[in-house]
Design a protein around this ligand. Structure first.
Ligand SMILES: [Zn+2]
Length: 214
């Protein structure tokens, strides 16, 4: 398997990023064969230890950003099932950073509430699926802008079909701009970047870094 492994230094750097930009700690999970996902945001609230308070420390249920301890690069590239970004074009040394910025974008845009929001508005399932892809396009663009500012996103939109597909997603984003604005989080409160604070309970026994043999 052609795999990319998360090293402790990269983790620490990206943990500071999620704490500062999304107001939540970064959690590393052990990737298993068959899992088609290497990053997630706000899946469910989990126990976080050493949360500083005026009187000391407490534990709190919080949302996290999750990333996998390793990435099956063949699958990651194959998973580019959308027309706007060729995952294989993301520089290898930037893949983890891109992944984390993508999840931060979902937090900033409030995408986790989009599904419920549009459901309440009576949107049919197929439409909500379409809207979900719109939020993926937006998060990918945001992340690409962070790792390669000013550079065009390497996409598959060389064909007419794919260009038309992207146009459709963009038209939807524009059409429901007000709804998306409502969901967006104006202000995110950063949390402490001290690694001994805001420790996801899952990490209390150590982080699941993959051991590499040299
Ligand atoms: Zn996403």
């Amino acid at each position: 398997m052609n795999q990319l492994i998360l090293d402790p230094g990269t983790f620490r750097r990206l943990d500071i990023l999620t704490r500062t930009e999304a107001g939540m700690p970064l959690h590393v999970f052990s990737w298993q064969k068959g899992i088609q996902c290497w990053g997630r945001a706000e899946q469910q609230k989990v126990l976080v230890l050493n949360v500083p308070t005026p009187d000391g420390y407490c534990s709190e249920m919080m949302y996290l950003i999750d990333i996998a301890n390793r990435i099956d690069m063949d699958q990651f590239v194959k998973k580019s099932s959308h027309p706007w970004l060729d995952n294989g074009e993301i520089p290898l040394e930037k893949v983890y950073e891109w992944l984390v910025w993508h999840e931060i974008a979902h937090v900033k845009f409030g995408d986790m509430n989009a599904w419920e929001h549009f459901k309440k508005k009576g949107f049919q399932l197929a439409w909500r699926e379409h809207l979900k892809w719109c939020t993926e396009l937006r998060a990918d663009r945001y992340a690409w802008g962070k790792i390669a500012p000013g550079k065009e996103m390497p996409s598959f939109s060389k064909t007419r079909e794919s260009r038309e597909a992207v146009k459709k997603f963009d038209a939807t984003l524009k059409k429901y701009r007000n709804d998306f604005e409502l969901l967006r989080r104006d202000r995110i409160t950063p949390i402490s970047t001290n690694p001994n604070e805001y420790v996801p309970w899952f990490h209390s026994e150590g982080l699941p870094f993959v051991q590499t043999v040299n």
